[in-house]
Unconditional design. Structure first.
Length: 226
């Protein structure tokens, strides 16, 4: 009996590793059509008796302004181009701040956020964090930085029912992702901590201050070399 259980566990693990690696390889080339968060949001709308809001168009990295790429790096992950998926200094700083009772910060890199958004569910648990680390290693090895940025900017939530750079550009500024100005890009990046609460345009003073800070950070990034 025990031998059968171990055999079943071993087979399940092999299937998991095989399918997970295969899915990462597929999404290196194929656009990600939807994410678990998108499905969750649609279910939430339905449970609340509201019409589901879902705007999502895939755009290649060539059609997404470098301004937005720099803005999310400045806002979310200043060492994105340097680290291998994990920014341990940022994680340590976040842990210290959280242990002191300050505002909670996750310290997650763009790579970690992409792994979570594409392959996993929302929420906090050791299991999910472990799987997030696993998928982060995979996408760093198989995708590389440019593809990670491309998937990130096409899959994250950038407004209420708004996903990806193209729809966010249309929604907030009536423009395209390719034509975003530095300030518009900073506006989208500024709301990412809570895109359903904050507005990228006609923003609050808090978001306007974040825009200015992000724009200052963008000037120090220089040319993007993936």
């Amino acid at each position: 009996m025990i031998r059968k259980i171990f055999r079943w566990i071993w087979k399940a693990m092999l299937w998991f590793f095989g399918l997970s690696i295969l899915s990462v390889i597929i999404f290196k080339w194929v656009p990600v059509p939807f994410t678990p968060l998108m499905i969750t949001r649609i279910i939430e709308f339905k449970l609340d008796g509201k019409d589901a809001i879902f705007s999502h168009d895939w755009e290649s990295i060539e059609n997404i302004s470098p301004n937005l790429q720099k803005a999310v790096i400045a806002s979310e992950d200043g060492n994105f181009l340097k680290h291998s998926g994990f920014d341990f200094k940022a994680m340590q700083k976040a842990y210290k701040n959280n242990s002191k009772g300050k505002k909670l910060k996750g310290g997650s890199t763009i790579s970690q956020q992409t792994a979570k958004n594409v392959f996993l569910w929302q929420g906090r648990s050791y299991l999910r964090k472990g799987l997030e680390a696993y998928f982060t290693v995979l996408i760093e090895l198989i995708w590389g930085k440019e593809r990670i940025m491309e998937v990130y900017l096409n899959s994250i939530e950038m407004g209420n029912g708004v996903y990806g750079a193209q729809q966010a550009s249309r929604h907030w500024y009536s423009t395209t992702a390719k034509e975003l100005t530095p300030r518009e890009a900073a506006g989208i990046a500024a709301i990412l901590p809570n895109p359903r609460k904050f507005k990228a345009s006609n923003s609050s003073s808090y978001i306007n201050k974040r825009k200015e800070k992000i724009m200052r950070g963008m000037r120090h990034i220089g040319k993007l070399e993936y």
